[in-house]
Design a protein around this ligand. Sequence first.
Ligand code: GLU
Ligand code: MG
Length: 436
Amino acid sequence: MIRKPMIFAATSDLSGKTRGKAFPADQLQKRLTRGMGWVPTNVQITCFDTIADSPFGSFGDLALVPDATAQVHVDFEDGTPPEHFMLGDIRTLDGQPWGFCTRSILRQALERLEKLSGARLLAAFEHEFQFAKGATLIHQGFGLQGHSEHAQFGETLIAALELAGLQPDSFICEYGPDQFEVTIAPEEGIKAADSAVITRELVRMSARRTGQQATFTPIRDVASVGNGVHVHMSFVGESGPMTYDPDGPNGMSELTGAFSAGVLKYLESILALTAPSVISYERLTPHRWSAAYNNLGLQDREASLRICPVTAKDPHGIARQFNIEYRAADAAASPHLALAAIVHAGCQGIEENLAAPQVTEEDLSLLSGEDLAAKGFVRLPETLEEALARFASNPTVTGWFDPQFADVYVAHKKAEAAFLENMDTAQRCAAYEEVY
Ligand code: GLU
Ligand code: MG
């Protein structure tokens, strides 16, 4: 069959989907500068492909400019065309970053962090996903049998990730029915978020090639576990790692302490950006090892922010491994937007000089509302609607973004919710299972 290779220029948009346009591969040089035509209202295409109210209407032109450093070219050697795509930035026609380009939003957040603290962010995304439609792996959590039954998928995925230049860390047959987890080694800010998008797409592509359909939906079945996205973060400066201080509270450097305090202070207002689907709130309930309160845990998987264990024994190794993990995210969120929100919240903590949070060691779900409040904790929003209201009504948080951002984002999410209006929870889960 005749073939002309193409490259897909992509953005990870407000719906957390990877969208874009393809061009013949021999036009690459031109496209690296000129980009592909894009329109502002594209940002209002929801995950269900409905179009939310858009202040842009039919007006405006933008350029989606592929970035040669975020290029994936993977030949699965199965006779199908190699997968070739590049992530890029959305720019205005005069070359400025567009206020709704998630990659540019993250870049600004990372610049803010560096300016405030001299630190660059290292991040590693840990993704959980399931095979959609009918589970074959039941009661096989962490099992060799499950791993072995899907070894073709697992090994194809790991090979694809390596061909894409990523460093896979581990692949796990996770606890839930047909659930897996894949973790990528830490990389610097933008690259880490790029790699998260690439990981999701390569999981889908690998699954398709081994006869499966992968879904990253936040939760498939409320009687079971959810699919989380856990973001591990550490800081590095000119003279090395900046996350750890042996004399700091629970090993946190002053920077880590203030950053963590900021994340927890603003968590209820950024949740709409990191856990942005209607059913995300079915996952963010106590006893699912996700996140339900704005607390810091020491190796505690119920905490929304967790200080992770280190295996190194020497001071340099500990300083390099020491990291905090944000657990209140899922794959309905663009990794770029989610990470930007977390980083801005952390920066706010640095700017406000917040003291390092105390580590919790109790089950917060057993405390009364009054006791929680007395200890300074909140139950995180329990619906998307509530999360959106907390986001939109917090001027500090909306102030991190383009002046139009909050209105546009809320309208986007309201249209997404409207699509599900007459469905029960099971139907909603089924709808999200199809699109993520
Ligand atoms: N599935 C859990 C979640 O929704 C995470 C389980 C784990 O700690 O790996 O976040
Ligand atoms: Mg897991």
